[in-house]
Design a protein around this ligand. Structure first.
Ligand SMILES: C[S@@+](CC[C@H](N)C(=O)[O-])C[C@H]1O[C@@H](n2cnc3c(N)ncnc32)[C@H](O)[C@@H]1O
Length: 299
């Protein structure tokens, strides 16, 4: 037998002011048992409404600041220059000459094609996005390096050097990528990685940093809702945006490397130029422009 509340009494939950019901089964008199309830304490409902209101307000502010897609992450800093030479140093091309190189998170292939054109024996660009891989293949064809520069979503080729530029803050599973990098590397090989901005950098939210540190000021919900007005990939989390965004910090990266089959041969934190005088161990998460490192296999 199914009843609502005890006989002759209204269940406490249906009294005015309470917004939930409780279904009670009384199989035998005196043996009543609650079998289902849609009970949600009023404070949780209230908190959810409050949260929605806050998201709405933040969303409106974001729309006011940037009604459409913001202009960002254009890579203008490298215009007319080799991004690889700027980030990795002038001796980079000497280092890769005659070597098999994997470019992990290669995007549209500019760096991989440059490496193929400047002396690498063979370059394999890896990316999870088929659309950017296709663009990269076309670019390799136009540059005439299509035989030495391949673009794939994965590879089994063992390399002497794995390069990764501006990708570690995007990998959904960076720990997994470190393991893959290690398996793709010759025993004496090395990983040369550069990335940033990291999550606490003023522009660490990438597109979400509509002003410095905006990605830390506004909620993920509000930022994603604002983004969905000009992006149609259906992302509901930072991690789901095209290419990924994993909220990587310097401390997190150090932890990941410590738990990986690779170890630091060097780690350099390049400060934001204007904040260089404030750059130290305590402020590094907020004042580092680029994380540059050189990883080797643990012996
Ligand atoms: C900001 S782009 C950098 C592209 C290029 N390295 C450059 O510097 O111009 C990061 C790239 O990492 C790729 N990526 C994200 N997760 C990946 C994964 N698990 N495996 C390979 N590539 C990935 C993204 O698709 C994106 O193209």
């Amino acid at each position: 037998m199914v009843e609502r509340g005890a006989k002759g009494k209204r269940p406490a939950s249906s009294r005015p002011g309470m917004r939930f019901t409780v279904t009670i089964v009384a199989a035998k008199a005196g043996n009543a048992r609650i079998v289902s309830t849609n009970a949600r304490p009023i404070s949780i409902v209230g908190r959810r409404r409050h949260g929605e209101m806050l998201t709405n307000i933040q969303y409106r502010i974001l729309k006011r600041i940037s009604p459409g897609a913001p202009v960002c992450c254009g890579g203008g800093a490298y215009e007319g220059k080799s991004k690889l030479a700027v980030l990795m140093g002038d001796d980079f091309f000497t280092k890769i000459a005659g070597k098999v190189v994997i470019d992990f998170g290669c995007g549209e292939g500019t760096d991989a094609i440059e490496m193929a054109g400047r002396g690498a024996k063979r370059v394999i660009g890896i990316d999870i996005r088929e659309d950017v891989l296709q663009v990269a293949r076309q670019k390799a064809l136009r540059a005439g390096v299509q035989d030495t520069c391949l673009f794939e979503s994965s590879t089994k080729e063992i390399a002497e050097i794995v390069v990764s530029v501006d990708a570690f803050e995007h990998f959904a599973d960076p720990a997994g990528i470190l393991r893959i990098m290690s398996t793709l590397l010759q025993p004496s090989g090395e990983v040369l990685a550069c990335f940033g901005p990291t999550w606490h950098h003023p522009l660490g939210g990438h597109l979400f940093s509509v002003f410095p540190w905006a990605h830390l000021v506004f909620s993920e919900k509000a930022l994603i809702r604002w983004r969905s007005t000009f992006k149609t990939d259906g992302a509901t989390r930072f991690s789901e945006v095209a290419g990924g965004l994993n909220q990587m910090t310097i401390a997190k990266f150090e932890e990941l490397v410590a738990d990986s089959p690779l170890k630091f041969a060097s780690l350099e934190l390049v400060p934001i130029r204007k904040l260089r005088h404030f750059h130290n161990r305590l402020t590094r998460e907020f004042t580092t422009a680029v994380v540059r490192c050189h990883l080797v296999k643990r012996t």
